[in-house]
Design a protein around this ligand. Structure first.
Ligand code: DC
Length: 222
Protein backbone atom coordinates (compact mmCIF):
# COMPACT_ATOMS: atom_id res chain seq x y z
CA UNK A 1 0.00 0.00 0.00
CA UNK A 2 1.22 3.49 -0.80
CA UNK A 3 0.56 5.54 2.31
CA UNK A 4 -0.37 9.15 1.63
CA UNK A 5 1.71 9.09 -1.55
CA UNK A 6 4.80 7.38 -0.16
CA UNK A 7 5.95 3.97 1.01
CA UNK A 8 5.61 3.88 4.77
CA UNK A 9 8.31 2.13 6.78
CA UNK A 10 7.74 1.91 10.52
CA UNK A 11 10.50 0.28 12.56
CA UNK A 12 10.17 -1.14 16.07
CA UNK A 13 13.32 -2.20 17.90
CA UNK A 14 13.61 -3.34 21.48
CA UNK A 15 14.63 -6.14 23.83
CA UNK A 16 13.05 -9.60 24.01
CA UNK A 17 9.66 -9.60 25.69
CA UNK A 18 8.91 -5.91 25.26
CA UNK A 19 5.84 -6.87 23.21
CA UNK A 20 7.22 -6.00 19.77
CA UNK A 21 5.62 -8.85 17.80
CA UNK A 22 2.11 -8.49 19.14
CA UNK A 23 2.22 -4.72 18.86
CA UNK A 24 3.85 -4.62 15.42
CA UNK A 25 1.23 -7.04 14.07
CA UNK A 26 -1.63 -4.97 15.46
CA UNK A 27 -0.12 -1.71 14.25
CA UNK A 28 0.38 -3.14 10.75
CA UNK A 29 -3.24 -4.25 10.71
CA UNK A 30 -4.48 -0.86 11.89
CA UNK A 31 -2.41 0.92 9.23
CA UNK A 32 -3.33 -1.70 6.59
CA UNK A 33 0.30 -2.36 5.71
CA UNK A 34 2.35 -5.55 5.89
CA UNK A 35 4.31 -6.83 8.85
CA UNK A 36 7.85 -8.16 8.88
CA UNK A 37 9.32 -10.04 11.84
CA UNK A 38 13.10 -10.00 11.32
CA UNK A 39 13.69 -12.21 14.38
CA UNK A 40 11.78 -14.97 12.58
CA UNK A 41 14.43 -14.90 9.85
CA UNK A 42 17.26 -15.35 12.38
CA UNK A 43 15.25 -18.13 13.96
CA UNK A 44 14.58 -19.91 10.64
CA UNK A 45 18.26 -19.92 9.71
CA UNK A 46 19.14 -21.15 13.21
CA UNK A 47 16.68 -24.02 12.77
CA UNK A 48 18.28 -25.03 9.48
CA UNK A 49 21.77 -24.86 11.01
CA UNK A 50 20.61 -27.11 13.87
CA UNK A 51 18.94 -29.60 11.56
CA UNK A 52 22.04 -29.85 9.38
CA UNK A 53 24.43 -29.89 12.35
CA UNK A 54 26.33 -26.96 10.88
CA UNK A 55 29.28 -25.81 12.98
CA UNK A 56 27.72 -22.66 14.41
CA UNK A 57 31.09 -21.43 15.66
CA UNK A 58 32.20 -21.08 12.04
CA UNK A 59 31.09 -17.85 10.40
CA UNK A 60 32.12 -19.16 6.96
CA UNK A 61 29.90 -22.21 7.37
CA UNK A 62 26.99 -20.01 8.47
CA UNK A 63 27.47 -17.68 5.51
CA UNK A 64 27.52 -20.65 3.13
CA UNK A 65 24.36 -21.92 4.78
CA UNK A 66 22.61 -18.55 4.40
CA UNK A 67 23.56 -18.41 0.72
CA UNK A 68 21.79 -21.67 0.00
CA UNK A 69 18.67 -20.82 1.95
CA UNK A 70 15.43 -19.13 0.99
CA UNK A 71 13.39 -17.62 3.79
CA UNK A 72 9.99 -16.17 3.10
CA UNK A 73 7.60 -14.44 5.43
CA UNK A 74 4.04 -14.18 4.28
CA UNK A 75 1.13 -12.22 5.70
CA UNK A 76 -1.75 -14.61 5.11
CA UNK A 77 -5.38 -14.36 6.23
CA UNK A 78 -4.69 -17.14 8.76
CA UNK A 79 -1.74 -15.21 10.23
CA UNK A 80 1.93 -14.66 9.52
CA UNK A 81 3.73 -17.72 8.17
CA UNK A 82 7.47 -18.31 8.00
CA UNK A 83 8.79 -20.53 5.21
CA UNK A 84 12.22 -22.11 5.21
CA UNK A 85 13.07 -23.36 1.71
CA UNK A 86 9.34 -23.65 1.09
CA UNK A 87 8.51 -25.49 4.34
CA UNK A 88 6.21 -23.86 6.89
CA UNK A 89 8.32 -23.62 10.07
CA UNK A 90 6.22 -20.99 11.86
CA UNK A 91 5.81 -23.17 14.97
CA UNK A 92 9.16 -24.93 15.00
CA UNK A 93 11.20 -21.71 15.12
CA UNK A 94 9.64 -20.81 18.50
CA UNK A 95 11.15 -23.65 20.55
CA UNK A 96 13.49 -22.93 23.48
CA UNK A 97 16.33 -24.74 21.65
CA UNK A 98 16.05 -22.45 18.62
CA UNK A 99 15.71 -19.37 20.86
CA UNK A 100 18.87 -20.28 22.75
CA UNK A 101 20.90 -20.83 19.58
CA UNK A 102 19.89 -17.71 17.60
CA UNK A 103 22.83 -15.76 18.98
CA UNK A 104 25.27 -17.72 16.80
CA UNK A 105 23.54 -16.43 13.68
CA UNK A 106 22.96 -12.98 15.17
CA UNK A 107 26.62 -12.38 15.99
CA UNK A 108 28.00 -13.47 12.60
CA UNK A 109 28.68 -10.24 10.68
CA UNK A 110 28.62 -11.89 7.24
CA UNK A 111 25.26 -13.51 7.94
CA UNK A 112 23.81 -10.26 9.25
CA UNK A 113 24.71 -8.49 5.97
CA UNK A 114 22.80 -11.15 4.05
CA UNK A 115 19.83 -10.83 6.42
CA UNK A 116 19.86 -7.04 6.11
CA UNK A 117 19.82 -7.33 2.31
CA UNK A 118 16.84 -9.72 2.45
CA UNK A 119 15.02 -7.44 4.86
CA UNK A 120 15.59 -4.34 2.73
CA UNK A 121 14.37 -6.26 -0.29
CA UNK A 122 11.22 -7.46 1.47
CA UNK A 123 10.59 -4.14 3.18
CA UNK A 124 11.10 -1.81 0.25
CA UNK A 125 8.45 -3.28 -2.04
CA UNK A 126 5.50 -2.04 -0.01
CA UNK A 127 4.58 -0.20 3.16
CA UNK A 128 5.58 -2.18 6.22
CA UNK A 129 5.87 -2.33 9.99
CA UNK A 130 9.15 -4.11 10.66
CA UNK A 131 10.42 -5.26 14.05
CA UNK A 132 13.72 -6.50 15.40
CA UNK A 133 16.90 -5.27 17.08
CA UNK A 134 18.64 -3.22 14.36
CA UNK A 135 15.83 -2.33 11.99
CA UNK A 136 15.82 1.40 12.80
CA UNK A 137 19.60 1.67 13.13
CA UNK A 138 20.94 -0.53 10.31
CA UNK A 139 18.21 -1.96 8.06
CA UNK A 140 16.10 1.15 7.51
CA UNK A 141 18.01 4.19 8.82
CA UNK A 142 15.68 6.41 6.76
CA UNK A 143 12.43 4.88 8.02
CA UNK A 144 9.34 7.08 8.10
CA UNK A 145 8.91 6.53 11.84
CA UNK A 146 11.08 4.68 14.36
CA UNK A 147 10.12 3.31 17.73
CA UNK A 148 12.16 1.82 20.52
CA UNK A 149 9.88 -0.34 22.62
CA UNK A 150 11.15 -1.04 26.11
CA UNK A 151 9.89 -2.58 29.38
CA UNK A 152 11.46 -3.46 32.74
CA UNK A 153 13.32 -6.74 32.68
CA UNK A 154 11.14 -8.25 35.45
CA UNK A 155 7.99 -7.35 33.55
CA UNK A 156 9.36 -8.84 30.32
CA UNK A 157 10.27 -12.04 32.17
CA UNK A 158 6.85 -12.14 33.80
CA UNK A 159 5.16 -11.93 30.38
CA UNK A 160 7.35 -14.73 29.05
CA UNK A 161 6.66 -16.81 32.18
CA UNK A 162 2.88 -16.34 31.80
CA UNK A 163 3.12 -17.36 28.15
CA UNK A 164 5.00 -20.56 29.01
CA UNK A 165 2.63 -21.44 31.84
CA UNK A 166 -0.34 -20.88 29.51
CA UNK A 167 1.28 -23.38 27.13
CA UNK A 168 1.39 -25.91 29.97
CA UNK A 169 5.17 -25.76 30.51
CA UNK A 170 6.64 -26.25 33.98
CA UNK A 171 9.04 -23.38 34.52
CA UNK A 172 10.55 -21.38 37.33
CA UNK A 173 10.22 -17.61 37.23
CA UNK A 174 13.87 -17.17 38.27
CA UNK A 175 15.04 -19.33 35.33
CA UNK A 176 12.92 -17.34 32.90
CA UNK A 177 14.26 -14.08 34.33
CA UNK A 178 17.79 -15.36 33.97
CA UNK A 179 17.17 -16.39 30.33
CA UNK A 180 15.84 -12.93 29.52
CA UNK A 181 18.91 -11.33 31.14
CA UNK A 182 21.25 -13.59 29.16
CA UNK A 183 19.48 -12.68 25.90
CA UNK A 184 19.66 -8.97 26.77
CA UNK A 185 23.37 -9.23 27.42
CA UNK A 186 23.93 -10.92 24.03
CA UNK A 187 21.68 -8.42 22.21
CA UNK A 188 23.26 -5.32 23.74
CA UNK A 189 26.89 -6.37 23.47
CA UNK A 190 27.02 -7.92 19.98
CA UNK A 191 29.76 -6.27 17.90
CA UNK A 192 27.56 -6.05 14.80
CA UNK A 193 23.94 -4.93 14.77
CA UNK A 194 23.63 -4.65 18.57
CA UNK A 195 20.34 -3.61 20.05
CA UNK A 196 20.36 0.12 20.54
CA UNK A 197 17.97 2.99 20.22
CA UNK A 198 18.24 4.91 16.96
CA UNK A 199 18.87 8.59 17.72
CA UNK A 200 15.61 9.61 16.09
CA UNK A 201 13.50 6.80 17.57
CA UNK A 202 10.53 7.53 19.82
CA UNK A 203 10.90 5.57 23.05
CA UNK A 204 7.84 3.85 24.47
CA UNK A 205 8.03 2.04 27.80
CA UNK A 206 5.35 -0.65 27.80
CA UNK A 207 5.90 -1.76 31.43
CA UNK A 208 2.64 -0.32 32.66
CA UNK A 209 0.79 -0.10 29.37
CA UNK A 210 -1.64 -2.46 27.69
CA UNK A 211 -0.99 -3.65 24.14
CA UNK A 212 -3.82 -1.51 22.79
CA UNK A 213 -2.51 1.59 24.54
CA UNK A 214 0.90 1.14 22.94
CA UNK A 215 -0.60 0.54 19.49
CA UNK A 216 -2.78 3.64 19.87
CA UNK A 217 0.17 5.78 20.91
CA UNK A 218 2.26 4.54 17.99
CA UNK A 219 -0.56 5.09 15.52
CA UNK A 220 -1.13 8.62 16.76
CA UNK A 221 2.49 9.52 16.17
CA UNK A 222 2.47 8.47 12.49
O1 DC B 1 12.69 -11.16 18.21
P1 DC B 1 13.09 -12.62 18.40
O2 DC B 1 13.22 -13.03 19.82
O3 DC B 1 12.23 -13.55 17.62
O4 DC B 1 14.57 -12.71 17.77
C1 DC B 1 15.31 -13.90 17.78
C2 DC B 1 16.78 -13.57 17.85
O5 DC B 1 17.25 -13.01 16.64
C3 DC B 1 17.17 -12.59 18.94
O6 DC B 1 17.69 -13.27 20.06
C4 DC B 1 18.21 -11.70 18.35
C5 DC B 1 18.16 -11.95 16.87
N1 DC B 1 17.75 -10.78 16.09
C6 DC B 1 18.72 -9.96 15.63
O7 DC B 1 19.89 -10.16 15.93
N2 DC B 1 18.40 -8.91 14.83
C7 DC B 1 17.12 -8.66 14.50
N3 DC B 1 16.84 -7.63 13.70
C8 DC B 1 16.10 -9.51 14.98
C9 DC B 1 16.45 -10.56 15.79
Amino acid sequence: MIYKGQILVVTIDGPAGAGKSTIAKKLAKALEVSYLDTGAMYRALTLKAMRESVNMESEDDLIALAKRTVIDIENLDCGVKVFLDGEDVSQEIRTVEVTNNTFYIARAAGVRSIMVEWQREMGSRKSVVIEGRDVGTVVFPNATRKYYLDADVEERARRRYDELIAKGKEVDFSDVLNDVKVRDEKDFTRKVGPLKKAEDAVVIDSTKMTIDEVVEEMKNKI
